[in-house]
Ligand binder design. Sequence first.
Ligand code: UT7
Length: 330
Amino acid sequence: MIRAAITGVSGYVPEDILSNADLEKMVDTNDEWITSRTGIKTRHIQRGEGLGTSDLATPAVLDLLKKTNTRPEEVDALICATVTADYIFPATANVICDKVGIKGALSFDLGAACSGFVFALATGSQFIETGKYKKVIVVGADKMSAITDYTDRATCIIFGDGAGAVMLEPSKDETGIIDTILRSDGSGRNYLIQKAGGSVLPPSEETVKQRLHYVYQEGQSVFKFAVTNMADVSAEIMEKNNLKSEDIAWLVPHQANLRIIDATARRMGLDENKVMINIQRYGNTTSATIPLCLWEWEKKLKKGDNIVLATFGGGFTWAAAYLKWSYDTE
Ligand code: UT7
């Protein structure tokens, strides 16, 4: 059986920073509330006219190509997980390919909100496992600032912009992506949703006036579902693969709220030094949180490390992946 392995990772966040102090000047909030309820201190925000999600993903993919010594024409497919596509259509993946010089390859977007990266990783792995494709790039990228209502204190404190990308290739040994559990429940759609702009409620003067083109979230309800499902799916993938806490080198959780991350780690019996956490600097970058963690921790990862990815997001969607890391970084 062919197994897919991550053979490189890269990331990108824009330069501009939005701090809790900045938000204090925009809405009725304070650093103490944001820090204690979410763990977030700063987020990176893409500023500038005419820039979109593909402009976050492009530097990450260009660096990934360089790091993995890959020429654009060698890439068989690129999948972009995002909820903030450059356009309703064409796909942001198509735009990224154009910007990095990948021509004529399969490329498409995948929407699963905060679970997008893990869903896309599982999807990309299947193309490798069939033997049909040799190099598949999986990107998680979101310009959340484009759909964040900066007058709504309950949501604007959470989100940031960023992108991360991994290269998938056939594994040469026992390492690689071993298992994934992917779940969804559309009955949760109204708790976390961008109500206008799609076919149910096409954009109009009225939808803009009512601010329906921004993210709407019932925070407490989403929190309850997230805590339960992210912890459950992480415990399930451990059990299914006979993994004890001591077997796991790293948990890579979606960065939505530090309290959700802590609850998942506790359920898995993991010390906090085995949990990748960068929410304090980037906030919730939706599809980008998990690859941004892998990128930042890359140098600490050792070949053979057992790694569990876990996520929960709008849809509802939730997922876990179990992989053995495939390379050491000099
Ligand atoms: O990424 C994918 C999925 N998303 C998530 O997993 C997010 C899940 N939800 C959360 O992380 C949390 O629910 C939030 C961080 C969004 C909110 O935290 P919370 O502890 O659930 O707060 P809450 O919404 O229950 O609000 C508590 C109080 C309210 O005041 P009252 O009614 O008790 O007087 C809010 O009005 O805090 C108030 N509040 C704020 N106060 C200061 C809400 N936002 C703010 C704010 N600053 N920014």
